[in-house]
Design a protein around this ligand. Sequence first.
Ligand code: M6R
Length: 587
Amino acid sequence: MCGIVGYAGERGAADIIYNGLKQLEYRGYDSAGIATLSDGKIHHIKRCGRVNALDGFAQKLSGKVGIGHTRWATHGKPSDNNAHPHLWGKFAIVHNGIIENYAELKEKFFAGVKFLSDTDSEVIVRLLDKFYDGDFALALNKVAALLTGSYAIVAICTDFEGLGVLRRKSPVIIGYGSDGNFAASDAPALAGVCKQISILEDGDCAILTRGKVEIFDSNLRKVQRAKKPNLATAASLDLGDCPHYMLKEIREVPASVVNTCAAFQSVESSLKQALRGVTRVIITGCGTAYNSGLVAKRYIEKFARIPTEVEIAGEFRYKDPVITSGTVIIAVSQSGETADTVEATLLAKASGAKVIAVTNAPYSSLTRCADVVVPVAAGPEICVAATKSYTGQLAALYMLAYVLAGKSADGAAENISAVPKLCKKTLECADIDSLADMCVSSRGVYFLGRDLDFAVATEGSLKLKEVSYIQSEGYPAGELKHGTLALIDESILAVVLITSARLAGKSENAVEQVLSRKGKVAVITNVESVIKRYADRAHIVKVPECEEDISPFVAAVAAQRLAYAAAVKLNRDPDKPRNLAKSVTVE
Ligand code: M6R
């Protein structure tokens, strides 16, 4: 979604905000803007394009108070006009979220008035100016009472040397710096400038000046929000010698797995307690997080023999789910802020399910509705495409499945201990680059597999399409013949994952079916008999041999590397794929 930053302090605001926005570009990058306040006047610049479209202009904005925005368009196409900040009267605002009743509000309060943009957000600044009578906090409060939907809003007012902040559903943190105070969507924006942060809660309003932070609830009663350490550091955002965060983060997969296993120990006993008497598991998440649930289902059903369903959060939240006693919901989310996942989890909780959150974001919204938070210790993931967080999720879910089976997490950690080395070896696999060439020259790519291989195939396909824009689908190998085979011809590539000797013969059927229809085939495998059989008929990527249960880690790293290589060959920016944003805090 969009990224927002505000600063009120002793230094030039524009520079600080610009740097913060650069760190938040993963949240959206179709337009950007900054507004500052000096001598009772608002100065601003906004441009279609990435944050660096502001280069040379932003630096000229004077003032020690300001707000900034990097956008992922929801209402209104990416354009200079639709970029934030939006200005009207004495105010400028930046907004992340969706104002669902913006059309009604326009009709009710501004009928016949021409707005300057096509956004839902502009109505906020118009309302602020309308309801302002000298009290900033009161005006914010009145506006909040009118808005429905989700919002993180930071506003400036020509009468006041500071910031006004509102939060409902979309995340906002307050940062305490040595020379001023901040508001931002996420901790990386404040890496290196704030050691301490507070997380605003739904309905909160905050007023920040250079030396003071005041937080109010929705009744404008003063409240305290605990200060926590800012875990994002400047070092964690350093690209090192990597050209892209995607590659850097794939290389960090081994560390993500090691750290997640280590972090699991701190929750093992509370998890055991929470899972006592569980008879049914529902896993929910979106995108990659959903895909890791597909792997986890297989772990849980194999180790614990507990029936497990995997639900796309955006679907689950709109059905009337059957939550029986003994149901636990495992909500998986890298960011912990994905709106569909948070809402699906709240729904299950309200129906009586226990909630386990599996997340890389320890202070996120998801953690606040969980009975137990299982940490994914992947570290900040900047690339929009999830890589090290996926394998971190697999590690956490593998351990969780063990605990559900009544076993000690030590046993699980022992099984996974081979994973970091195996993943490093996979990164060195020679034939991935040439497979990327095959992808690039194909009209479409199917990722096929059975059981665990199918679960990883869904993620391999998502990764490829997300960063390379090549049409792709993850499909169960056995299902191909029930319709999809009609699409196979010489322009189509099938990437078949075969990491299980048990199921190799069955997956080979799919290889034969594609070859017979003149489709191209690549096999990612560690099964010797498969390598021998297809050495001359298919492109082989030989990945390290391993136990079947940990093969998803190995296959995932191969698929991630493949997607990265294809994106680079096509000159895509793998870190910021078009039309996407990392943290999807709207529906
Ligand atoms: O932060 P979350 O894990 O909840 O995000 C869910 C999806 O938006 C995310 O996994 C998305 O599919 C990734 N960009 C895929 O690489």
